[in-house]
Design a protein around this ligand. Structure first.
Ligand code: MG
Length: 368
């Protein structure tokens, strides 16, 4: 089988809540997502998606994903999309770094491999470990009262895991954590995610103030050294996210005992192939994972579900259903949250079929 044509589409994904706010005054109102279609000479077409959380979150932005894919595409024509190792090696030879540019292409080729073999991607990634898995809900930064009200509302919908967007004024962040924990119940999980937003001294203050609160601290500061210093001064369980952008960082973090959990985002590490490698390493090393992406619609939600569902449950800290945050559905067959839980689709490949009317005209089309 050979790749014949690569086409990209720009899709706008507005939010049900109107906007999503996190540390440093950052916010997004409409997500700019990119869907890629890879056509083959066997008549099979695979789809992938990439959706950076705006340009201020990671070294990634939506127009950059499209420009990068157009740069890569001519060098991928003629490759066998089922040979994922060769495909990823070629992408890394053609373009150094830029993992998010490669993610949707890799994802689309997993979709093709699944369709070609008649298997859902979850089976190819190791198999379905349970009936379904528990999701978390990200709570946009707001006043402590508003965030507590939001948590109460989503708890009614079945969620039991919550990730508060903190990383703002430390005193307000302490209030946010206390206000939300007070209404949660035994077994519920609370994560305070600062998204790199605290200086080291601020993170130390917050960690000290929540010493007796059942809460996880996620990525308090920008640099590894700052995060490690905070980690060594708190006994709260600790998550690293933005810093974990490749396998080597996982090994470094394990060596330093820098975290208990990592946040594994598919596009942050370059696609499902590399995310699976990190996932399997974390299972071997005893590190639990939040499995998700920087954002996305139906196709990314399906890819997350396949990777999360094939992860041993004791190592799957939680995962995300981004398609329930956005107002637009771009594909049929995507998994839908039920009572705060999700399951990978049963159909071959990713199990999603894009809706042509949702994609609109292509941004580029390379090959024939
Ligand atoms: Mg995070």
């Amino acid at each position: 089988m050979q790749i014949r044509k690569i086409t990209a589409y720009k899709v706008d994904l507005p939010l049900h809540e109107g906007s999503y706010k996190w540390s440093g005054g950052n916010s997004v109102t409409v997500f700019d997502s990119t869907v890629v279609a890879i056509e083959t000479d066997a008549g099979i077409t695979g789809h992938g998606e990439v959706c950076p959380l705006g340009p201020a979150y990671l070294p990634a932005y939506a127009a950059g994903a499209r420009t990068g894919m157009a740069e890569l595409a001519p060098g991928l024509l003629g490759l066998d999309p089922c040979e994922l190792g060769i495909l990823n090696r070629r992408m890394d030879q053609l373009m150094r770094g830029h993992p998010y540019v490669k993610s949707a292409i890799d994802m689309a080729c997993w979709d093709i491999l699944g369709q070609a073999t008649g298997q859902p991607v979850v089976t190819l990634l190791g198999g379905r470990h349970a009936a379904d898995f528990a999701l978390y809900r990200a709570i946009s930064q707001d006043t402590p009262e508003a965030m507590a009200a939001s948590v109460a509302r989503y708890r009614e919908e079945g969620y039991t895991k919550f990730q508060l967007k903190v990383g703002g004024d430390p005193d307000t962040d302490i209030d946010r954590i206390h206000a939300v924990r007070a209404l949660l119940r035994r077994g519920d999980v609370l994560v305070a995610d600062a998204n790199t937003g605290w200086r080291q001294h601020e993170a130390m203050r917050v960690a000290a103030a929540v010493r007796d609160t059942d809460v996880y601290i996620e990525q308090p500061c920008l640099s590894y050294e700052e995060c490690l210093a905070v980690r060594r001064h708190t006994d709260r369980p600790f998550v690293l996210d933005e810093l974990i952008d490749e396998l080597g960082m996982v090994l470094r973090g394990v060596e330093d005992q820098a975290m208990d959990v990592i946040n594994l985002k598919i596009s942050k590490v370059g696609g499902l192939t590399k995310a699976r490698q990190i996932r399997d390493l974390c299972v071997s090393l005893g590190i639990a994972m939040t499995i998700e992406d920087t954002w996305g619609g139906d196709i990314i939600t399906a890819a997350i579900a396949h990777l999360a569902h094939s992860t041993p449950p004791e190592f799957l800290f939680t995962a995300t259903d981004f398609n329930s945050y956005v107002t637009v559905s771009i594909a049929h067959g995507a998994p839908q949250r039920q009572n705060g839980r999700l399951a990978a689709p049963q159909a071959p490949g990713l199990g999603t079929t894009p809706k042509p009317e949702a994609l609109g005209p292509p941004v580029f089309s390379i090959g024939k």
